[in-house]
Structures are given as structure tokens and as C-alpha cells.
Ligand binder design. Structure first.
Ligand code: NAD
Ligand code: UD1
Length: 338
């Protein structure tokens, strides 16, 4: 029997790549998105790349009445919940907007699921919940802590899901803690399309490569890392998409609640990534080392063993593929979806 998955925020960066994989794997997909940080064009392209259709509902996860209608009209087997805001700096300036959108949005979605008897959820969490880790690599049982409202919104939702599960063990909940998602679908048709000046490293480097920005500012050259610049666990967005398929399969085995790191297990520095991108685009890219960015940690990378064992999932793509695919997307779409 075909499973039907509701994907909130399915038009966004990770959501669009996941919808593509879900369609390829034979799922029926319904997307709920308010397009506050995405374009319907991403979903048009997902449909043309797969030759399959998905249902698109324009709406907000905070609209409980719309959610109830949606669940009444469709037989939904599971929900993948991406919808949320994700800019750390903006969350510091506008905390209520983040708590409303992310935390209240999750409450409203869970209430609608509860009323409709839908119990299977995959939730987008983040490695940000580990704060500044005491040691590396990071396993799922590390203590959690956060330094900003965005991170706290993720942690609050994780805690809420644990309370929900304690109250009723029929819930079936996979909390996926993403490390640093980068790259694009190898077609170059869908990818990351940040509004304004990118906050994250790879989209910024890609815009330097395409000539939209003059140089990369490297935030800090005095970390205790092999070249002094910050180290992260970059993960290809198609590997991440596959992780969601595996998490949905895990839920069908009625597993309860668990958090999983989705990372590669390897750390790369800012300069490693810059040089990998230079190889991908065949250009030398200008950079300047500047002060550390407040709130940044020196190094962060996953121990992905639990996901390998429980989900049968492992990241397959390396940094060269991440940069080559990000570059293809950037070159073919210098202004994103516009
Ligand atoms: P994105 O902004 O590209 O996608 C989020 C999508 O949700 C967008 O299409 C947006 O329009 C939609 N949306 C936002 N608020 C909504 C609401 N109230 N109702 C309906 N739709 C709404 O972000 P992304 O990078 O694809 O991230 C997806 C999820 O993964 C987010 O929850 C994010 O916090 C989490 N995450 C992202 C990263 C990352 O680096 N990209 C890392 C860790 C976790
Ligand atoms: C950021 C968020 C984190 C979120 C994650 C994934 C902050 C403080 N943290 O993490 O909450 O979960 O994105 O979306 O914003 N860098 C530069 N120059 C740049 C941009 C980044 O040197 O112009 C460096 C950073 O200092 C870091 C690395 O590149 O060492 C990666 O940065 P980024 O892509 O922003 O991700 P994180 O900081 O890991």
C-alpha cells in the first residue's frame, strides 16, 4: 500500500530535496508551506525531475483549522515537519517570531495529528542543540544546551515531543539532528536559495564564485583546529533526504522515540571547504580572515553510528560532490529561483 506523507515546509531547501526522494521511493506527498522562505518553483522542478505530482497546499502550520481540514480530507500516514524559521541572528532580534513560528507551529501541528490519530512524525532538529560540545565526535547522549532563541526553539520542541511520548507511547517520533546541510541535487535544478546575504558558509562561497560577492570573510583564524578556522560536519543534502526516507521506514517498525545525528562523522575547516569549492569551480576565491563570529564553536562533528545501526543510513557523498553540486546549482541559477 502506498504511504501518504505530509511534508510541512516541503518547498524549502531540505524539504524540496526530501520530497524528490520520497516521490522517487513511491510515496504520495502532500506539501504544506506558507512560502515565507521558499518558492513554488522548487516544487515545480521536483515534479518535472521525478515525472510525478505532489499535492501543494499553501498554508501555515499555525493555522489549526486548516490543519484539521487537511487531516480530515487526506488519509495521512506520517508527517515530516520541516516548517520553521532558521536564521540565528534574526532569532536573537525577533525571539517571539521564532517561538511563535517554530514552537507554537509544532504545538498546532501535533494537536491536529493527535485529533486525526496520526502518530508518526519525523522532526527537523539540529546539531545546534549540543551547544559547545565538551568532546568530539558528538553522540546523541551528549548534554544539550543552546545559546540563542533559534536553538532553544528546537530544544523546546524536542522536550515537548519527549513529554508527548511519555504521556502516550503510541506516538512514534524520530528527531533528526542535522549537522551542516550543503550541496544540491546533481541536476542543478534544485538547491539552496537564501534570501539576502547568506549567513551560512557554502552559499556565501558559491556567491563569491559566481561574482555576486567580492570575498569570503573567514570568521576566526585562531581556533584550535588544523588550520585555525572553524571545523564542521558538512553533509550533502541528498544524503540528508535519504535519511528522512530511512527514518520513515524506521517509524513503520513502531520504534517509539529517538534522536539521531545525521552527519558524516568527518570535520572540515572553512579553508578546506573554500579550497574544495575552488577545485569544483576552477577559480581562485578571495578571502580575508576576520574576527570570530559571536556564538560560534571551534569544532563540531557527529558520531553517526546510531543512525547507521538503527536507520541503516550512512552519508555517501564527500566534500567534492557537495561543492560540485552546489556549484552546478549556483551556475545554472545565479539568482536562485527568481
Ligand atoms: P528553509 O527555510 O529552506 O525551509 C523551511 C520551509 O518552511 C520554507 O519553505 C518556509 O517557507 C516554510 N515555513 C516556514 N514557516 C512556516 C510556517 N509557519 N508554516 C508553513 N510553512 C512554513 O529551511 P531548510 O534549510 O530547508 O530547513 C528545514 C528545517 O530544518 C528547519 O526546521 C530548520 O530549522 C532545520 N534545520 C536546518 C538546517 C540548515 O542548515 N539548513 C540545519 C539544522 C536544522
Ligand atoms: C549555523 C548556525 C546553527 C545552524 C547551522 C545550520 C550560527 C551561530 N549557527 O551553524 O545554529 O544549526 O548554521 O544551519 O549561526 N563561516 C565563515 N564565513 C561565513 C560564514 C560562515 O567563516 O561567511 C564559518 C563559521 O564561522 C563556521 C563555518 O563557516 O565555522 C560554518 O558556518 P555556518 O554555515 O554558518 O554554520 P554553523 O556556524 O555551523
Amino acid at each position: 500500500m502506498t504511504s501518504t506523507v505530509l511534508v510541512t515546509g516541503g518547498a524549502g531547501y531540505i524539504g524540496s530535496h526530501t520530497c524528490l526522494r520520497l516521490l522517487e521511493c513511491g510515496y504520495r506527498v502532500i506539501v504544506l508551506d506558507n512560502f515565507s522562505n521558499s518558492s513554488p518553483e522548487a516544487l515545480n522542478r521536483v515534479q518535472s525531475l521525478t515525472g510525478k505530482t505532489l499535492e501543494i497546499i499553501t498554508g501555515d502550520v499555525n493555522d489549526g483549522a486548516a490543519l484539521n481540514t487537511l487531516f480530515a480530507r487526506h488519509q495521512i500516514d506520517a508527517v515530516v515537519h520541516f516548517a520553521g524559521l532558521k536564521a540565528v541572528g534574526e532569532s536573537v532580534a525577533e525571539p517571539l517570531m521564532y517561538y511563535h513560528n517554530n514552537v507554537s507551529g509544532a504545538v498546532s501541528l501535533l494537536q491536529a495529528m493527535q485529533s486525526a490519530g496520526v502518530r508518526d512524525l519525523v522532526f527537523s532538529s539540529s546539531a545546534t542543540v549540543y551547544g559547545d560540545p565538551a568532546s568530539l565526535p558528538i553522540t546523541e547522549d551528549f548534554p544539550t544546551s543552546t545559546t540563542n532563541p533559534y536553538g532553544r526553539s528546537k530544544l523546546m520542541i524536542e522536550e515537548m515531543l519527549r513529554d508527548l511520548y511519555r504521556s502516550d507511547a503510541s506516538w512514534n517520533l524520530a528527531l533528526l539532528r542535522y549537522f551542516n546541510p550543503v550541496g544540491a541535487h546533481p541536476s542543478g535544478q534544485i538547491g539552496e536559495d537564501p534570501a539576502g546575504i547568506p549567513n551560512n558558509l557554502l552559499p556565501y562561497i558559491a556567491q563569491v564564485a559566481v561574482g555576486r560577492r567580492e570575498h569570503l570573510s573567514v570568521f576566526g583564524g585562531d581556533y584550535e583546529t588544523h588550520d585555525g578556522t572553524g571545523v564542521r560536519d558538512y553533509i550533502h543534502v541528498m544524503d540528508l533526504a535519504e535519511g528522512h526516507v530511512k527514518a520513515l521506514q524506521w517509524l513503520t517498525r513502531k520504534q517509539g522515540l529517538a534522536a539521531f545525528n545525521l552527519g558524516t562523522g568527518s570535520g572540515y575547516s572553512v579553508l578546506d571547504m573554500l579550497h574544495a569549492f575552488e577545485r569544483a569551480c576552477g577559480k581562485t576565491l578571495a578571502y580575508q580572515i576576520v574576527d570570530r563570529r559571536p556564538g560560534d564553536v571551534g569544532s563540531c562533528y557527529a558520531d553517526p553510528t546510531l543512525a547507521a545501526r538503527e536507520l541503516d543510513w550512512k552519508a555517501e557523498r564527500g566534500v567534492n560532490a557537495m561543492c560540485a553540486d552546489a556549484w552546478r546549482w549556483q551556475q545554472q541559477n545565479p539568482n536562485g529561483y527568481n
